[in-house]
Ligand binder design. Structure first.
Ligand code: SAM
Length: 290
Protein backbone atom coordinates (compact mmCIF):
# COMPACT_ATOMS: atom_id res chain seq x y z
CA UNK A 1 0.00 0.00 0.00
CA UNK A 2 3.02 2.29 -0.12
CA UNK A 3 2.21 2.91 -3.75
CA UNK A 4 -1.40 3.95 -4.17
CA UNK A 5 -2.84 4.10 -7.68
CA UNK A 6 -4.01 7.69 -7.23
CA UNK A 7 -0.57 9.32 -7.32
CA UNK A 8 0.99 11.14 -10.29
CA UNK A 9 3.86 8.65 -10.69
CA UNK A 10 1.89 5.44 -10.39
CA UNK A 11 -0.89 6.77 -12.65
CA UNK A 12 1.61 7.73 -15.34
CA UNK A 13 3.30 4.35 -14.99
CA UNK A 14 0.00 2.47 -15.40
CA UNK A 15 -1.01 4.54 -18.42
CA UNK A 16 2.39 3.93 -20.04
CA UNK A 17 2.39 0.21 -19.31
CA UNK A 18 -1.00 -0.32 -20.91
CA UNK A 19 -0.54 2.33 -23.56
CA UNK A 20 -3.75 4.06 -22.50
CA UNK A 21 -4.51 7.57 -23.72
CA UNK A 22 -7.32 9.62 -22.16
CA UNK A 23 -10.65 9.59 -23.96
CA UNK A 24 -12.12 13.05 -23.65
CA UNK A 25 -15.40 11.76 -25.06
CA UNK A 26 -15.77 9.52 -21.99
CA UNK A 27 -14.96 12.29 -19.53
CA UNK A 28 -11.71 10.68 -18.43
CA UNK A 29 -10.01 12.89 -15.85
CA UNK A 30 -8.35 10.71 -13.24
CA UNK A 31 -7.72 11.84 -9.67
CA UNK A 32 -4.07 11.75 -8.65
CA UNK A 33 -4.38 12.83 -5.01
CA UNK A 34 -5.09 10.29 -2.26
CA UNK A 35 -5.96 13.01 0.30
CA UNK A 36 -8.79 14.30 -1.88
CA UNK A 37 -10.11 10.75 -2.30
CA UNK A 38 -10.05 10.17 1.45
CA UNK A 39 -11.86 13.46 2.06
CA UNK A 40 -14.57 12.39 -0.38
CA UNK A 41 -14.88 8.99 1.32
CA UNK A 42 -15.09 10.66 4.73
CA UNK A 43 -17.78 13.11 3.53
CA UNK A 44 -19.71 10.14 2.17
CA UNK A 45 -19.69 8.58 5.63
CA UNK A 46 -18.23 5.28 4.43
CA UNK A 47 -17.28 2.68 7.01
CA UNK A 48 -16.53 -1.04 7.05
CA UNK A 49 -20.25 -1.94 6.91
CA UNK A 50 -20.92 0.10 3.79
CA UNK A 51 -21.65 -1.19 0.33
CA UNK A 52 -20.51 1.28 -2.32
CA UNK A 53 -21.55 1.74 -5.94
CA UNK A 54 -18.97 3.54 -8.08
CA UNK A 55 -19.57 4.82 -11.60
CA UNK A 56 -16.46 4.98 -13.79
CA UNK A 57 -13.53 3.45 -11.87
CA UNK A 58 -11.05 4.47 -14.59
CA UNK A 59 -7.72 2.88 -13.60
CA UNK A 60 -8.99 2.23 -10.07
CA UNK A 61 -7.67 5.14 -7.97
CA UNK A 62 -10.89 5.82 -6.06
CA UNK A 63 -11.97 2.16 -6.22
CA UNK A 64 -8.83 1.16 -4.32
CA UNK A 65 -9.46 3.65 -1.49
CA UNK A 66 -13.10 2.52 -1.35
CA UNK A 67 -12.05 -1.13 -1.14
CA UNK A 68 -9.85 -0.30 1.85
CA UNK A 69 -12.54 1.70 3.67
CA UNK A 70 -15.81 -0.06 2.79
CA UNK A 71 -17.15 -3.60 2.93
CA UNK A 72 -17.78 -4.05 -0.80
CA UNK A 73 -17.49 -2.03 -4.00
CA UNK A 74 -19.56 -2.47 -7.16
CA UNK A 75 -18.10 -0.43 -10.04
CA UNK A 76 -19.46 0.21 -13.56
CA UNK A 77 -16.95 1.00 -16.31
CA UNK A 78 -17.91 1.52 -19.96
CA UNK A 79 -14.38 1.61 -21.44
CA UNK A 80 -13.29 -1.87 -22.55
CA UNK A 81 -9.60 -0.86 -22.59
CA UNK A 82 -9.62 -0.33 -18.84
CA UNK A 83 -10.79 -3.83 -17.89
CA UNK A 84 -7.38 -5.56 -18.04
CA UNK A 85 -5.88 -2.54 -16.29
CA UNK A 86 -8.37 -2.76 -13.42
CA UNK A 87 -7.89 -6.50 -13.16
CA UNK A 88 -4.23 -5.88 -12.50
CA UNK A 89 -4.26 -2.67 -10.42
CA UNK A 90 -6.97 -3.97 -8.09
CA UNK A 91 -5.88 -7.61 -7.89
CA UNK A 92 -4.97 -7.32 -4.20
CA UNK A 93 -8.60 -6.58 -3.23
CA UNK A 94 -11.22 -9.27 -3.03
CA UNK A 95 -14.20 -7.07 -2.24
CA UNK A 96 -14.52 -5.36 -5.64
CA UNK A 97 -16.79 -6.30 -8.54
CA UNK A 98 -16.24 -4.53 -11.86
CA UNK A 99 -19.14 -4.52 -14.33
CA UNK A 100 -18.36 -3.64 -17.94
CA UNK A 101 -21.48 -1.69 -18.84
CA UNK A 102 -22.85 1.74 -19.64
CA UNK A 103 -24.35 2.86 -16.33
CA UNK A 104 -27.28 4.41 -18.21
CA UNK A 105 -28.19 0.95 -19.58
CA UNK A 106 -27.54 -1.00 -16.40
CA UNK A 107 -30.10 -2.75 -14.22
CA UNK A 108 -28.50 -1.51 -11.02
CA UNK A 109 -31.30 -2.73 -8.77
CA UNK A 110 -30.76 -6.32 -9.89
CA UNK A 111 -26.97 -6.12 -9.33
CA UNK A 112 -27.46 -4.54 -5.92
CA UNK A 113 -29.65 -7.46 -4.86
CA UNK A 114 -27.06 -9.96 -6.09
CA UNK A 115 -23.93 -8.33 -4.79
CA UNK A 116 -24.70 -6.62 -1.47
CA UNK A 117 -26.15 -8.17 1.61
CA UNK A 118 -29.76 -7.48 2.41
CA UNK A 119 -29.38 -5.08 5.36
CA UNK A 120 -26.22 -3.32 4.33
CA UNK A 121 -26.30 0.49 3.96
CA UNK A 122 -25.47 1.41 0.36
CA UNK A 123 -23.88 4.63 -0.91
CA UNK A 124 -22.90 5.93 -4.32
CA UNK A 125 -19.40 7.45 -4.42
CA UNK A 126 -17.96 8.53 -7.75
CA UNK A 127 -15.89 10.92 -9.77
CA UNK A 128 -18.52 11.12 -12.50
CA UNK A 129 -17.95 11.54 -16.23
CA UNK A 130 -19.08 15.18 -16.48
CA UNK A 131 -20.74 14.88 -19.90
CA UNK A 132 -23.56 12.75 -18.43
CA UNK A 133 -23.76 13.90 -14.80
CA UNK A 134 -27.45 14.82 -14.87
CA UNK A 135 -28.70 11.72 -16.77
CA UNK A 136 -26.76 9.45 -14.39
CA UNK A 137 -28.02 11.10 -11.21
CA UNK A 138 -31.62 11.38 -12.44
CA UNK A 139 -31.64 7.73 -13.50
CA UNK A 140 -30.36 6.57 -10.13
CA UNK A 141 -32.74 8.85 -8.20
CA UNK A 142 -35.85 7.91 -10.16
CA UNK A 143 -35.15 4.18 -9.98
CA UNK A 144 -35.53 4.37 -6.20
CA UNK A 145 -32.52 2.21 -5.47
CA UNK A 146 -31.86 1.30 -1.84
CA UNK A 147 -29.15 3.98 -1.72
CA UNK A 148 -28.74 6.23 1.34
CA UNK A 149 -26.53 8.89 -0.20
CA UNK A 150 -24.70 10.00 -3.32
CA UNK A 151 -21.33 11.75 -2.93
CA UNK A 152 -20.11 12.72 -6.35
CA UNK A 153 -17.41 14.82 -7.95
CA UNK A 154 -19.06 16.84 -10.71
CA UNK A 155 -18.71 20.13 -12.52
CA UNK A 156 -18.91 22.86 -9.85
CA UNK A 157 -21.53 24.82 -11.77
CA UNK A 158 -23.83 21.79 -11.95
CA UNK A 159 -23.28 21.04 -8.24
CA UNK A 160 -24.30 24.63 -7.45
CA UNK A 161 -27.45 24.34 -9.58
CA UNK A 162 -28.49 21.08 -7.97
CA UNK A 163 -28.05 22.44 -4.44
CA UNK A 164 -29.44 25.95 -5.12
CA UNK A 165 -32.02 27.67 -2.89
CA UNK A 166 -34.88 29.91 -4.11
CA UNK A 167 -33.89 33.43 -5.25
CA UNK A 168 -30.36 32.42 -6.11
CA UNK A 169 -29.00 32.78 -9.62
CA UNK A 170 -28.63 29.06 -10.22
CA UNK A 171 -32.00 27.93 -8.78
CA UNK A 172 -34.15 26.20 -11.37
CA UNK A 173 -35.97 23.04 -12.40
CA UNK A 174 -32.81 20.95 -11.85
CA UNK A 175 -32.68 22.11 -8.20
CA UNK A 176 -36.27 20.98 -7.73
CA UNK A 177 -35.78 17.67 -9.56
CA UNK A 178 -32.83 16.77 -7.30
CA UNK A 179 -34.18 18.21 -4.04
CA UNK A 180 -37.52 16.44 -4.46
CA UNK A 181 -35.66 13.17 -3.82
CA UNK A 182 -32.70 14.30 -1.71
CA UNK A 183 -31.17 16.92 0.53
CA UNK A 184 -28.40 18.48 -1.54
CA UNK A 185 -25.18 20.09 -0.31
CA UNK A 186 -21.94 21.13 -1.98
CA UNK A 187 -19.37 19.73 0.45
CA UNK A 188 -16.04 20.44 -1.28
CA UNK A 189 -14.51 22.63 -3.95
CA UNK A 190 -11.70 20.86 -5.75
CA UNK A 191 -8.78 22.41 -7.67
CA UNK A 192 -8.07 21.32 -11.25
CA UNK A 193 -4.56 20.25 -10.27
CA UNK A 194 -5.74 17.02 -8.60
CA UNK A 195 -6.78 15.59 -11.97
CA UNK A 196 -4.80 14.04 -14.80
CA UNK A 197 -5.42 15.60 -17.24
CA UNK A 198 -6.93 18.72 -15.59
CA UNK A 199 -10.52 19.30 -16.79
CA UNK A 200 -11.52 22.55 -18.51
CA UNK A 201 -14.13 23.35 -15.86
CA UNK A 202 -14.11 23.78 -12.08
CA UNK A 203 -15.11 20.84 -9.92
CA UNK A 204 -16.98 20.31 -6.68
CA UNK A 205 -18.26 17.45 -4.58
CA UNK A 206 -22.01 17.25 -4.20
CA UNK A 207 -23.57 15.18 -1.43
CA UNK A 208 -27.17 14.06 -1.88
CA UNK A 209 -28.86 12.43 1.10
CA UNK A 210 -31.97 10.50 0.23
CA UNK A 211 -35.22 11.64 1.84
CA UNK A 212 -37.57 9.07 3.37
CA UNK A 213 -40.33 10.76 1.41
CA UNK A 214 -40.56 13.88 -0.77
CA UNK A 215 -40.76 17.17 1.17
CA UNK A 216 -44.00 18.14 -0.63
CA UNK A 217 -47.17 16.25 -1.46
CA UNK A 218 -48.06 16.32 -5.14
CA UNK A 219 -51.13 14.83 -6.82
CA UNK A 220 -49.18 13.66 -9.85
CA UNK A 221 -45.37 13.69 -10.10
CA UNK A 222 -45.11 14.02 -13.88
CA UNK A 223 -47.62 16.85 -13.86
CA UNK A 224 -45.74 18.57 -11.01
CA UNK A 225 -42.43 18.39 -12.88
CA UNK A 226 -44.03 19.71 -16.08
CA UNK A 227 -45.39 22.74 -14.18
CA UNK A 228 -41.97 23.27 -12.57
CA UNK A 229 -40.38 23.23 -16.05
CA UNK A 230 -42.95 25.76 -17.22
CA UNK A 231 -42.41 28.14 -14.29
CA UNK A 232 -38.65 28.33 -14.98
CA UNK A 233 -38.88 28.19 -18.78
CA UNK A 234 -37.86 31.83 -19.35
CA UNK A 235 -36.09 33.33 -16.39
CA UNK A 236 -36.88 36.96 -17.17
CA UNK A 237 -40.58 36.37 -17.71
CA UNK A 238 -43.18 36.52 -14.95
CA UNK A 239 -44.82 33.41 -13.65
CA UNK A 240 -48.09 34.37 -15.39
CA UNK A 241 -46.39 34.71 -18.76
CA UNK A 242 -44.48 31.45 -18.43
CA UNK A 243 -47.72 29.67 -17.55
CA UNK A 244 -49.51 31.28 -20.49
CA UNK A 245 -46.80 29.96 -22.74
CA UNK A 246 -47.17 26.48 -21.24
CA UNK A 247 -50.98 26.29 -21.44
CA UNK A 248 -51.13 27.57 -24.99
CA UNK A 249 -54.80 26.79 -25.36
CA UNK A 250 -55.93 27.95 -21.93
CA UNK A 251 -57.37 31.43 -21.57
CA UNK A 252 -55.99 34.10 -19.29
CA UNK A 253 -58.94 33.76 -16.96
CA UNK A 254 -58.07 30.15 -16.18
CA UNK A 255 -54.50 31.01 -15.32
CA UNK A 256 -55.51 33.95 -13.12
CA UNK A 257 -58.12 31.82 -11.42
CA UNK A 258 -55.60 29.09 -10.60
CA UNK A 259 -52.98 31.59 -9.38
CA UNK A 260 -55.59 33.22 -7.13
CA UNK A 261 -56.75 29.91 -5.79
CA UNK A 262 -53.14 28.91 -5.05
CA UNK A 263 -52.54 32.30 -3.42
CA UNK A 264 -49.53 33.07 -5.59
CA UNK A 265 -48.86 36.41 -7.27
CA UNK A 266 -48.51 35.94 -11.04
CA UNK A 267 -46.15 38.90 -11.25
CA UNK A 268 -43.46 36.97 -9.40
CA UNK A 269 -40.59 35.16 -11.13
CA UNK A 270 -40.28 31.40 -11.07
CA UNK A 271 -36.94 31.68 -9.29
CA UNK A 272 -38.65 33.08 -6.18
CA UNK A 273 -40.98 30.08 -5.68
CA UNK A 274 -40.20 27.52 -3.01
CA UNK A 275 -40.81 23.83 -3.71
CA UNK A 276 -43.83 24.06 -1.42
CA UNK A 277 -45.32 26.90 -3.52
CA UNK A 278 -44.59 25.03 -6.75
CA UNK A 279 -46.40 22.00 -5.34
CA UNK A 280 -49.45 24.06 -4.36
CA UNK A 281 -49.50 25.66 -7.79
CA UNK A 282 -49.20 22.33 -9.63
CA UNK A 283 -51.87 20.69 -7.47
CA UNK A 284 -54.24 23.62 -8.04
CA UNK A 285 -53.90 23.43 -11.83
CA UNK A 286 -54.19 19.67 -11.65
CA UNK A 287 -57.41 19.75 -9.66
CA UNK A 288 -59.01 22.57 -11.66
CA UNK A 289 -58.13 21.60 -15.20
CA UNK A 290 -56.72 18.11 -15.51
N1 SAM B 1 -12.77 6.99 -10.88
C1 SAM B 1 -11.64 7.43 -11.66
C2 SAM B 1 -10.91 8.51 -10.92
O1 SAM B 1 -11.53 9.16 -10.08
O2 SAM B 1 -9.72 8.74 -11.16
C3 SAM B 1 -12.03 7.91 -13.06
C4 SAM B 1 -13.10 8.97 -13.14
S1 SAM B 1 -13.33 9.63 -14.75
C5 SAM B 1 -13.84 11.30 -14.35
C6 SAM B 1 -14.89 8.97 -15.34
C7 SAM B 1 -14.90 7.49 -15.68
O3 SAM B 1 -16.23 7.12 -16.11
C8 SAM B 1 -13.98 7.05 -16.81
O4 SAM B 1 -13.26 5.93 -16.42
C9 SAM B 1 -14.93 6.71 -17.98
O5 SAM B 1 -14.42 5.74 -18.86
C10 SAM B 1 -16.15 6.24 -17.22
N2 SAM B 1 -17.43 6.37 -17.96
C11 SAM B 1 -17.77 7.29 -18.88
N3 SAM B 1 -19.04 7.11 -19.32
C12 SAM B 1 -19.52 6.03 -18.64
C13 SAM B 1 -20.78 5.34 -18.66
N4 SAM B 1 -21.78 5.73 -19.46
N5 SAM B 1 -20.93 4.25 -17.86
C14 SAM B 1 -19.90 3.84 -17.06
N6 SAM B 1 -18.70 4.47 -16.99
C15 SAM B 1 -18.51 5.54 -17.78
Amino acid sequence: TAKWIATPNRTREILDTYNIFFKKSLGQNFIIDVNILNNIIQKAGIDKNAGVIEIGPGIGGLTEQLAVNADKVLAYEIDQRLLPVLENTLRAYENIRIVHQDILEANVNEMVKQFFSYEQPIHVVANLPYYITTPILMKLLRESLPVNSFTVMIQKEVADRMAAEPNSKTYGSLSIAVQYYTEANVVMHVPKTVFMPPPNVDSGVLKLTRRQKPPVQVDDEDYFFSIVQACFAQRRKTLRNNLKQHFKTADKVKISEALDKAGIDGARRGESLTMQELAVLANTFYQLYK
